[in-house]
Design a protein around this ligand. Sequence first.
Ligand code: C2E
Ligand code: CA
Ligand code: CA
Length: 549
Amino acid sequence: MELDKTGLQSRIFDVYSITGKRSYIFLCNMETNVSRWSKNAVEYFGLPDEYMYDAGSIWEEYIHLDDIETYRKNFDAVISGKTEWQDFEYRARNRFGNYVVCTCQCTILKGENGEPDLFSGTIINHGIIDSIDPVTNLYSDYSFLQELINVIDRNIPISVMEIGINMFSRINLMYGYTNGNQIMRRFGEQIKQLINGNGMVYRLDGAKFAVCMYGYSEEDTKNLYGQIAMIAKEKISLQDFIVPLKISGGAVVLNNYKGNVENIKSSIAYAFNQSKHERNGKLVFYYDFENDKESTDLELMSKIHKSVNKGCQGFYLRYQPIVDVKSEKVIGMEALVRWRHEEHGEVSPNLFIPWMEDDPSFFKLGNWIIRKALTDGMRLKKKIPEFIVNVNISLSQFERAEFRNSVLKILEETGFPPEDLYMELTERCRGLDRDFLREEMNFFRAMGVKIALDDFGTGTASLGLLTELPIDELKIDMSFVRGIEEKPVNQALIHHMVECAKTIGVKTCIEGVEDKPLSKYLDKYKATFYQGYYYSKPVTIDDFEKLLG
Ligand code: C2E
Ligand code: CA
Ligand code: CA
């Protein structure tokens, strides 16, 4: 089959079709309905041939069922001449049966007399990993970002909502990880059904989703959120019982918005945090893109966000000594992160860690913290070879599949012995599915890394956890030692915790030892380590080195 008589287009085609491995071109003679497609598209998708008759119908078979309608609408718009140029996105199946996200740009080239002659276009393959979330089969946050860029570029009025399932870690804990995933998938499916092709749903990090609705007003968005909240509460089932979910949501309505994507993302995240922590799940809108004074928190959030993306600029670590109770010698340190900005001064981790933990960029910062702490740890090992380093690990790090490899890579790069690294897990980490948690802990312990439970006694965790999870150290929260001399209950609790831990070979560290009398008082409990202002406040690595003498 020939596409044209001269063969010229074929030669041009040859040249263009080899320019990119992940971008393909096609050309269709509209009179004969014969098309030619790039060779690499034929190979990648397993199309029947480079030359195809009625390629439009053939290609449809490769498109994800949920995207066929969008595909047809866009395709018809160009073919019918309604628009000259169309740019759209869909998922297509490759020859291995995996769906990849493709963006297609196509147009009609007219002949000498103005009649439609050639239908031509390019397809860009954005790949599998980043574009589709494997758990819910929804578009991922990568695609969400692309869509935001697209709507700003083209000035499309849109309402964007971020929706999160509250306390999802509890759901994982109660029903297990696999069922948790199923719940998430069902929830995504239900939202999709509800919006019925009038918008888009994306799965973001964790148990969060984004919903984009074209041309929706604030009122429309509120109504939709109400319906989604109802679905969450009443319609998500596991086997044959309903699992009532509670959601939180933040939203913005964009109309002729001229700012950047990062601002939109931070604004929605800000509104979402308000909804989750202060408004009991009521939908919160973010309005104020311009007024800086009214949005210092948001400004701070977006600045910290930017700092992370600029190689963790502005972040630094302070170290606090960990002292061996018997010898009273410093045997290690805990790394504590700080952030400083010209305008805001030093910002406490108590302020930014809680909301950053919900943010995907925390993973980057988390790795930076581990790398820095272990590099500095190596420096101190020259003085004390058995020196240990404790690093705080947040939920968003621990739950990521790639966390294992990141830690191993950092250990290898820094040469820090795994046996001397203690990962401190907080209460939130312990909310993860027990089996998942145990598996991850076992993995790290098999590598030699030690696991500590931080702030023990502050949350819902019981001493029974010690026998259930493979841990090495218990850090007893400082709230137990405040005014301990007058608090017999706290005395009994500390005694009990230390004894229990000792019986099963787990070390203990009492935090918040602020002065000498307190350290002397605590000696009777025979904990393994002390930490607190009495020994030193968190200091720079240089000062820490001096402290060692
Ligand atoms: P944490 O892990 O329980 O850290 C101990 C906190 O207690 C530190 O506060 C430390 O400065 C403070 N502290 C130590 N000794 C005393 C004392 O004797 N008296 C009193 N009143 N306080 C004492 P900081 O550095 O402000 O950190 C607060 C929290 O932020 C940490 O609590 C931890 O949960 C989180 N955090 C800090 N750095 C990191 C980090 O690198 N990653 C993660 N995920 N979280 C971090
Ligand atoms: Ca800690
Ligand atoms: Ca602690």
